[in-house]
Design a protein around this ligand. Sequence first.
Ligand code: NAD
Ligand code: 6OD
Length: 486
Amino acid sequence: MQSINHFINGRYLPSASGVTFEKRSPLNNQLIASVAEGDQAEVNAAVDSARAALKGPWGRTGTDQRVAMLHAVANEITRRFDDFVAAEEADTGQPHHVIAHAFVPRGAANFKIFADIVKNVPTEAFQMDTPDGRGALNYAIRKPKGVIGVISPWNAPFLLMTWKVAPALACGNTVVVKPSEETPSTAALLGEVMNTVGVPPGVYNVVQGFGPEAAGEFITRHADVDAITFTGETRTGSAIMKAAADGIRDVSFELGGKNAGIVFADCDFDAAVDSIFRSSFMNTGQVCLGTERVYVERPVFELFVAALKLRCEAVKYGSPKDSQSNYGPLISREHQRKVLSYYARAMAEGATLVTGGGVPQVPNHLEQGAWIEPTIWTGLSESAAVVREEVFGPCCHMRPFDTEEEVLALTNDNRYGLATTVWTQDLSRAHRMAAAIEVGITWINSWFLRDLRTPFGGAKQSGIGREGGVHSLDFYTELRNVCIKL
Ligand code: NAD
Ligand code: 6OD
């Protein structure tokens, strides 16, 4: 069994208290790691070391050198690709192809893209008139915000953590990261990479542990943390926002979603089935951008339901090491209980079960894992819990629609506003829909196609702020204006 420690000031350390917690495999519930459980002492040490690095070598590192170091981090992640894949597979149990093709490569890409953006993006300048006719020049400079608290979730741990850490470091900040208690491994492993490429101690710190009244909350409440970037549940975002109010600290939030997939009858049917299957069921439905509400134009509704059902019934449950498997478990038995309670609620509220709805038969050695069937319902009203609330599991409710206005109203009638996919060959309609849907990201005839230069974030209760491209610089730097009288 592995031991996973904090990474503070360039060193791996246990908790001062000696307290640890268990990390169990989602595949079979076996104990796979003992993880140091961080408390106020570890948070204080990590924040102090982050502050010292800012005042020390990191604060004196020029942009070129920082950019080169972050490229080296990306290259080292790529060199140690198999280690990161193995660590993420152990923590999440997700299929090898998802982790090796979608999630881990993004870790390296995050470091490269933000290093390049910081190097290449100019700041603004304005010349102005003055009464004496000599004028003045204004120009903006960017300064790191300071010590950034990074609180990240378990569903795509390495991708989501580096999506915050990379721009923070590229902008010259230091970070204190609290990975999810469910997925401690890749954040810990990244410390080795930082040491190998010579990132100074204290620039990247990791405190392992829990959220409320624990390491996560202590980071968000620490007076010397200058800003907090968080990905996770909307409810947690609300708690963190209250903590950040003390000291008026800035926040960037990527929160929950209840995303709609909208399928018009004129779409490329096979491509739409393929993509909606991925968006609803990839990563066992544990994707914030995933589709849990599917609206299909009536003429193709029955066909679409049947096609998606077939895809669900063909999944192969198994461990990442099994090359035949293409479908993993949920993150934990606790999350399995939550998702199953939604499955029961859907039936109690009168759903018609198209497929799934329970725990699948898996080989004996996996029986204790957090397995769950991909599930489709029809026939529920829009007020049903699984139509309104984020389940964060492999499930969707499907409903037919007749008009563009109707599906637009259904789509927007939700407190979340993260992402939508629209399937149609009619370009004018696609543009109309994209402009009217109240979300941060609309994909037309695609899903999860990510250009890291684009703004990413949620509308309504799906988030605050935008990250990605230059938008990340707006959060991770303080933009100052300098006005020179000429
Ligand atoms: P979560 O909110 O339970 O936990 C996220 C992180 O916050 C964990 O590290 C946890 O320990 C920590 N935490 C919990 N309470 C805290 C507190 N009071 N103070 C400080 N830290 C605290 O979320 P999760 O279950 O890990 O992740 C799933 C959720 O994340 C879903 O709602 C999903 O939609 C959302 N998510 C959103 C995006 C996005 O980009 N919008 C991306 C991925 C996941
Ligand atoms: O692609 C990204 O940058 C991103 N934040 C993806 C989020 C996935 C949610 O599960």
